[in-house]
Design a protein around this ligand. Sequence first.
Ligand code: FAD
Length: 445
Amino acid sequence: IWRPETFRVIEVPIENRLSLGEEYCKVHKKSVLKCRLTERIHLEKRHSSKQTILAKIDISANIDSMNYSPGDHLLLFPNNSPALVSGIIERLVDAPDFDQVLQLQRNTSGDARLDRNGNHDSWNDWGRYPPCTLTDMLTRYLDISTPPSQELLNILSSQAVKTEEKFQIKRLVNNTRIFDEWKNNARPTILDVLKQFSSIQLTPAFLISQLPLLLPRYYSISSSLDATPGEIHVTADVLEYQTPDGIKHQGVCSSWLNNLEIGDEIYCNVRKAPLFHLPNDQSVPIIMVGPGTGIAPFRGFWMQRKNDMEHELTTRNKHNQSFGEMYLYFGCHNTTADNIYRDEIRQCEKEKILTKCFFAFSREPGIKKTYVQDLIKRNGRDIYKMIVKENGHVYICGSIQMASDVKKMLRRVIQSWGKKSESQVDEYIDKMKDENRLHEDIFGI
Ligand code: FAD
């Protein structure tokens, strides 16, 4: 339970501030590096119902620490929307000036009023956040958009002045069904809660000590360092959805990335994904399955392959490397609106970097709904040969549901083309996993 006498904010000299990079490292207890946005391309046609962007990020200043391979992830540390931040600050009690550098202190004496010697309060830096302005705290470090948990609402109820509001909040705390309805109907942010229960009196010390940390978001890297030196590319869906109350919401990180100015700073780092790398032996066949933004890591794969093939051409006599077949299965709504990377894929097909590309359209007028797994079924003979006869690798990227459907279809293909029993298929899939030939990069439900 929140006790106002336990936390306070004090103003500290601006010299106490660290650089933003150091602040992020302290807050997240990991290395976070400053990079810059260099370009953003809208991949969908204007009339498409959703937006997907290709963001290019200059990492040249941190190239040693951010060395990556196709298949790795980028960890992005987003900013909250300025409107949400200023809306919250406007409603705070005792809000400091926007440029004041604050430190959150905790009273560490057993008794809130007395220190260990029984004399004075004993205030110390709380330590979780470095000194910074309230605006930066709300913009960079605190999660102000996820609906408050029942635990947080319970603490908030103690700050409501009106008894009726205290009671209403307590109902949300004590009845999970009512809480879930309330949460799902509007996905309220902390600002929405302050508007709904306007008698809540919040101080900066409350917010900083009670709100959860704003977590970084993962993105599958869509480039290859060899092909785009000093850059990381990401392919991101700009998340927008409507709740039953009719309000439109935007995802924190994807909308921030979509609204950054070119040249703006981006705090990020690479997370290695060694189980989703291209095989060491380039001659084995590869099947890549990635509908929607699931295509993200495969752009890195084909860029890498193109680079390796060109390199091989110039050094052919030395290595005589041969490259295995590369099949791509991509799914989207229709041929025009969201067929992202269509031209790039066609070009790679023409240059024989991608051996074959298959497009599944789920909303193409006049055509039966088709998903990537339907195309895998259709190409069963090739798929069987590539996986079982030639020890190929399968890469699946995207939602859990899609990955599960694709794996079911792979099982069926292996079973019917290999004339295997259920248990033999189980054995074979286990063998693929043991040999690290079945790779998954899962995001979204
Ligand atoms: P947030 O502000 O985090 O909002 C997301 C939340 O909104 C959801 O958790 C859900 O609670 C809620 N929500 C979403 N839709 C609805 C709805 N219809 N109704 C009600 N509530 C809803 N994304 C990419 O675009 N490209 C990638 O390459 C990529 N790679 C990833 C790799 C990994 C390993 C992981 C874990 C994730 C990856 N993601 C990728 C997803 C990405 O990390 C983010 O989750 C995504 O961009 C949304 O973040 P956001 O901050 O914009 O949205």
